[in-house]
Design a protein around this ligand. Structure first.
Ligand code: CU
Length: 156
């Protein structure tokens, strides 16, 4: 079977996961003016549960702050913004409704802190995949990022 045939046979989720390319975001026309860029994208292959954590850097080169209000991807039924808070020996994850990206500044999502939690996965996520993920901003519209998946131990 050809590659195209296989993609068609396995459905949309496989296309979203299997697409290969650079890991930097490709801004859409409607967001170019806002000066938002997404870089340093990476996701960890799920270890135990049916969830995956995703990390990135959002840079706002514009003169006004913007706000990340939602994350969407075909690979997950839900994508939530989480923060990780240490309380003595315990580590808690706390959902965040939104994340402000100040003007001429950047917000880093990294292990131990902010992350995007992909839940209700629609297909398995394995190291080597590239996820296609949309980030919605209050002012800047949406940015689509390609997110490479690495094994959990290879996360920074
Ligand atoms: Cu989380």
């Amino acid at each position: 079977m050809t590659l195209a045939g296989r993609a068609a046979a396995t459905g949309l989720a496989a296309i979203a996961v299997g697409a290969c390319g650079g890991q930097d975001a490709v801004p859409r026309a409607d967001s170019a003016d806002a000066g938002l860029t997404i870089s340093q994208t990476i996701a960890g292959e799920p270890v135990l549960d049916d969830v995956a954590a995703l990390y990135l850097t959002i840079r706002n080169g514009g003169a006004e702050e913007d706000t990340l209000v939602a994350v969407q991807t075909a690979i997950a039924g839900r994508a939530e913004i989480h923060d990780q808070v240490r309380d003595g020996e315990m580590v808690h994850m706390r959902p965040r409704e939104q994340v402000i990206v100040p003007a001429d500044d950047a917000v880093v999502f990294a292990p131990g802190g902010l992350h995007v939690m992909l839940m209700e996965l629609t297909a398995p996520i394995v190291a080597g995949d590239t996820l296609v993920v949309d980030f919605l901003f209050a002012r800047g519209g949406s940015l689509t990022a390609r997110v490479p998946v690495v094994s959990y131990g290879d996360l920074p």
